[in-house]
Design a protein around this ligand. Structure first.
Ligand SMILES: NC(=O)c1ccc[n+]([C@@H]2O[C@H](COP(=O)([O-])OP(=O)(O)OC[C@H]3O[C@@H](n4cnc5c(N)ncnc54)[C@H](OP(=O)(O)O)[C@@H]3O)[C@@H](O)[C@H]2O)c1
Length: 310
């Protein structure tokens, strides 16, 4: 039974691939022609850039597509998010439809992030969210069994803290552990939804099994989020040994409150939600980590960013 995984070199795909490959024949679509056992392709190109032979060989045996390829960094022009995230999802959806395969599309829980500013980080977050919203519509209208999975923030491994590429939250943890905060002006009671990458990958691998067994997907998205296990900025500070007495209780005091917020601070301002905002829904069921498991995972990630800092 063949699964096509896009984005296998990314943060989530690189953890998901070994789980899927344990019991299935997985084909990876990658831009890097040197990657072993991969089909070289690009989601921005119709037919994913595969030649007719590769296309037919793949679609003849394809049962499931897990679409994790996307443009996720926040330094690109708005049209690039559209090209990779929306058009790319259209091309992947067309391939799944052609093959009669099921489709799992990784979307984001930050579709409606409350972006208030007009800085670089704000503009990029808006363009990213818009491209993912349009990608969700493409998937909802797909002519094959398809589901959008809204992913929250991603932490590194819950035991080792390892992650393929540090995320905004790792830069926050690194700053906090060093006694400064990139989270300019965010109150301590604001919270963020984070899931360790191994827990997320286990959930997605289970979902893939269900899809292969013919699970019917409804139009509603699924939520790969921590839900009740969300963490406040205050909890993250405390886990980092943040010294409120020494460096001031309002974040950023060492960096100078008058400075314009950095792109990172703009992104953090939008992903930390106020206590009045209801927790995100979660579809994880028994996989939702306990509060203690979340704290242990954050500690592992703090150790890791400390190690990365050398
Ligand atoms: N990480 C998070 O915190 C998070 C949170 C919410 C939602 N998500 C969603 O989860 C999915 C995976 O995110 P991630 O963090 O794993 O992303 P990532 O680390 O940025 O990796 C992106 C992947 O997409 C591939 N890719 C980019 N452009 C491509 C193209 N034109 N054609 C083919 N492949 C292309 C990259 O391949 P190359 O190696 O060739 O660059 C890489 O494998 C995305 O849909 C993202 O929106 C992630």
């Amino acid at each position: 039974m063949t699964i096509l995984l896009t984005g296998a070199t990314g943060v989530i795909g690189s953890v998901l691939l070994p789980l899927l490959a344990r019991s299935h024949d997985v084909t990876v679509l990658a831009r890097n022609p040197l990657l072993p056992n991969a089909l070289c392709g690009d989601v921005t190109v119709p037919g994913l850039g595969l030649c007719a032979y590769e296309h037919t060989r793949l679609t003849d045996r394809l049962r499931l597509v897990v679409h994790a390829a996307a443009l996720t960094d926040f330094r690109r022009a708005p049209e690039e998010y559209h090209r990779v995230n929306t058009l790319g999802t259209r091309h992947v959806t067309e391939l799944a439809e052609h093959a009669g395969a099921a489709l799992i599309h990784l979307s984001t829980a930050a579709l409606d992030a409350p972006v208030r500013g007009t800085g670089t980080g704000d503009r990029m977050l808006l363009a990213y969210a818009a491209s993912k919203r349009r990608a969700e519509s493409v998937v909802r209208e797909a002519g094959c069994p398809a589901v959008n999975v809204r992913v929250g923030g991603v932490l590194g491994d819950s035991v080792t803290g390892r992650i393929a590429r540090p995320q905004a939250v790792h830069r926050l943890l690194r700053g906090l552990a060093a006694g400064r905060s990139p989270a300019l002006g965010i109150p301590d009671d604001h919270w963020i939804d984070l899931l360790p990458q191994d827990v997320l990958a286990r959930y997605l691998a289970d979902l893939a099994e269900q899809a292969l067994l013919g699970r019917e997907f409804l139009a509603e998205p699924l939520w790969a989020t921590a839900g009740p296990a969300r963490l406040t900025l205050g909890e993250l500070k405390s886990l980092c040994g943040w010294d409120a007495q020494g460096v001031g209780q309002v974040s950023g005091s060492r960096e100078g409150a008058e400075r314009p917020p950095t792109a990172l601070a703009q992104i953090l301002t939008s992903v930390f939600l106020p206590p009045s905002h209801p927790q995100l829904p979660t579809s994880l069921g028994t996989l939702v980590p306990s509060g203690e498991e979340m704290r242990a995972a954050v500690r592992a990630n703090i150790r890791r960013v400390g190690a990365l800092r050398g």
